[in-house]
Ligand binder design. Structure first.
Ligand code: 5RP
Length: 226
């Protein structure tokens, strides 16, 4: 995994935040996978968990392989902490997620959690959010028209594909990636503008959701933003 050392040390540090009796939300991606590994090691050595709630089939599978007590979001009365990665995060803790196409469920989990702990390697820290691309989840019905409506707003992007086959999210939708030429001056306003278009289900912007941010470095050190 690219930048594996930084991801791993951040994930392992975040696993120390988990306390007996908690219900823990699980993000998706390579950093989140390290967290699931770290959490399962603690679970095997005596940590008690009321449950874990995965944000994707991939993370559910990893959790089940480690015998973690997987539960459904609808069946729990709370989530104490969700731990998830990010594609970009700035000093205001504004994030872009969705590199793995799981941001819609990740955002639901984060919003339902008492705290979202973000785990990243140093390469994810940006001066202002909007350096790479913004993933948008789009309903297949009328998707071509929805794409045109985004272009009309000035946001030309492309449909995410794997081997020329259009990527389908776990929710059965498409991902439209909008590349940034320059970072948006007002990402919050951009987010609102995009969400107003019918057929747009969720953007990869995450605002006012991150609690502690654990940053892992390739030299093995960790820093935490509170
Ligand atoms: C998936 C995500 C991931 O958290 C994000 O893409 C970071 O992935 P990784 O930890 O593999 O670098 O938002 O939808």
């Amino acid at each position: 995994v690219y930048r594996a050392k930084g991801k791993k040390v951040a994930a392992y540090r975040a696993a120390e935040f988990i306390q007996d009796g908690m219900i823990v939300g699980l993000g998706t991606g390579s950093t989140a996978a390290f967290f699931i590994e770290a959490l399962s090691l603690r679970y095997k050595t005596g940590l008690m968990l009321e449950g874990v709630v995965p944000s994707s089939k991939r993370s559910a599978e990893l959790a089940r392989l480690s015998s973690l007590p997987v539960r459904n979001l609808n069946d729990v009365d709370r989530i104490d902490i969700t731990v998830d990665g990010a594609d970009e995060i700035d000093s205001l803790k504004r994030m872009i997620k969705g590199g793995g196409g799981a941001h819609m469920r990740e955002k639901i989990l984060a919003f339902c959690s008492k705290e979202m702990v973000v785990i990243v390697d140093e390469s994810k820290i940006v001066s202002t959010v909007g350096m790479t691309k913004l993933p948008i989840e789009i309903l297949p019905f009328g998707a071509t028209k929805t794409g045109t409506n985004l272009e009309t707003l000035g946001y030309e992007g492309h449909w995410r594909a794997e081997d020329e086959v259009r990527f389908i999210t776990e929710n059965g939708n498409y991902i439209y990636d909008i590349p940034f030429k320059t970072p948006p001056l007002e990402p919050e306003r951009l987010d609102q503008q995009i969400l107003r278009i019918p057929g747009v289900l969720e953007t990869g912007f995450f605002f006012n959701l991150a609690g502690r941010v654990v940053i892992g470095y390739e030299n093995g050190s960790v820093s935490i933003w509170h």
